[in-house]
Design a protein around this ligand. Structure first.
Ligand code: LLP
Length: 418
């Protein structure tokens, strides 16, 4: 059972029953119902601190999109995290959770006028702008409000992060940022606007990056741009290198540590006077979270064995849309044979599965299964598909249990009611 510790050191079997931070997951499921997301507070803290230790002078802006539970964002705020936001909703949440505006950076290709206005009024650290038009509109609004806004231009370094194509953001064909080869021209252009202050360079090459070598190529290009801009007199105060460090999903995955990234980029960053900003999401939250689901039925059909559980693609969509692997273990181990099964949800789509052809202990109705590595982009991507209320969320810490989101009910979904 050493494998579990590689996912999360606070996860362990005690007398054949699975515990997270000293809390029995089976007992939690019985008390709070399923599907149930559970997060380990100490894991989040350790992961955030690992970034802080690897990059002592950097600003660590947690990517709120990975998990927007307000208690989690507040917990990170208390640890000293800033926020990387991508919407007005995330701005609202980050501020409410206690993240100071001067630690907030705002990326996104399609910020609306209202979102831009709110963020200007909040006086966030900087906008990571993604197009010429965005600069023009920002300037226009800032002028109207009598404010000056700080920006970094998001450059697209055209490197292949060797990850799923849907989450590779730094390739030329993707919608993100501006082509790094056009960057100098765009900085010159932006410098003409009176209400814009250019303060940084932003880049994010993708997500779930296990082999960190593509960062070297990206940083090399970004530092090269930095030097050109500085030589032209631009005062580049921040170098925001995004997030993207991958995590262990498959038993054989080896996840890179923040310190390995720090070592890799040190030779390039040493030349830079700007403050470094990082935007990790998944590598802080991913393996902090698990999803407990209850077996409803089992059946054999053709040569397939199905375990049908109560968590569907509306609760965890990653397997359905990225064909993502999530490790699944029983909440209690019994002396039973193992089977090869498709673990599927109740939703009326063939794409509604959590695992296919998975070797697992034989399940019976009423058993609980635990899906690992769901702390990031798990609940965050949940929906109401099939009119299903979203799950509740729990935070556990050294044996303590805290309900951090109530399970939704039908009335909530159909609000305003008929
Ligand atoms: N900064 C920017 C500008 C981003 O676009 C992202 C993620 C991050 C930071 C955080 O990246 P992380 O450290 O979490 O890899 N739903 C997908 C992941 C999409 C990530 C998009 N951008 C999934 O479930 O795998």
């Amino acid at each position: 059972m050493e494998l579990l510790k590689e996912y999360n050191p606070y996860l362990e079997y005690r007398n054949e029953e699975l515990f997270l931070e000293g809390v029995s997951l089976r007992e939690l499921a019985k008390e709070y119902g399923t599907p149930l997301y559970v997060y380990s507070a100490n894991y989040i803290k350790d992961r955030f601190n690992a970034y802080r230790e690897a990059f002592p002078d950097a600003l660590i802006c947690y990517a709120v999109k990975a998990n927007f539970n307000p208690h989690i964002v507040k917990y990170l705020a208390q640890l000293g995290a800033g926020a990387d936001i991508v919407s007005g909703g995330e701005l609202y949440l980050a501020l409410k959770a206690g993240i100071p505006a001067e630690k907030i950076v705002y990326a996104g290709v399609g910020k609306t006028e209202k979102e831009l206005t709110d963020a200007i009024n909040a006086e966030i650290l900087m906008f990571n702008v993604e197009s010429r038009q965005e600069i023009e509109v920002l300037n226009e609004i800032a002028e109207r409000l009598g404010k000056k806004v700080r920006i970094a231009i998001r450059v697209n370094p055209d490197v292949d992060p060797k990850t799923h194509p849907y989450i590779a953001t730094g390739m030329q064909k993707s919608k993100f940022g501006i082509d790094i080869r056009e960057a100098e021209k765009e900085y010159e252009y932006a410098s003409k606007f009176k209400n814009i202050e250019i303060v940084g360079i932003h880049c994010h090459i993708g997500s779930q990056i296990l082999d960190i070598s593509p960062y070297r190529e990206a940083i090399e290009k970004v530092v090269d741009l930095y030097e050109k801009l500085v030589s032209k007199g631009f005062d580049i105060k921040y170098l925001d290198i995004g997030g993207g460090l991958g995590i262990k999903y498959k038993p054989e995955d080896k996840e890179p540590k923040p310190v390995e990234l720090a070592d890799l980029i040190r030779p390039y960053i040493e030349k830079v006077k700007a403050k470094l900003i990082l935007e990790p999401g998944r590598s802080i939250l991913g393996n902090a979270g698990i999803l407990i689901t209850q077996v409803q039925f089992t059946k054999d059909k053709g040569n397939k064995h199905f375990i049908i559980v109560d968590a569907g693609m509306n609760d965890l969509v990653r397997p359905s849309i990225y064909n993502a692997y999530h490790h699944i273990v029983p909440a209690a181990v019994y002396e039973r044979e193992s089977v090869k099964a498709d673990i599927v949800g109740p939703i009326c789509e063939t794409g509604d599965f959590l695992a296919s052809d998975r070797e697992i202990q034989k399940s019976v109705r009423g058993d609980y299964l635990v899906v690992l590595s769901v702390g990031a982009y798990g609940f965050a991507m949940a929906s109401h598909y099939n009119m299903r209320p979203r799950a509740s969320e729990i935070m556990v810490e050294n044996g303590d249990i805290k309900l951090i989101r109530n399970r939704e009910n039908y009335e909530y979904i159909i609000e305003p009611s008929l």
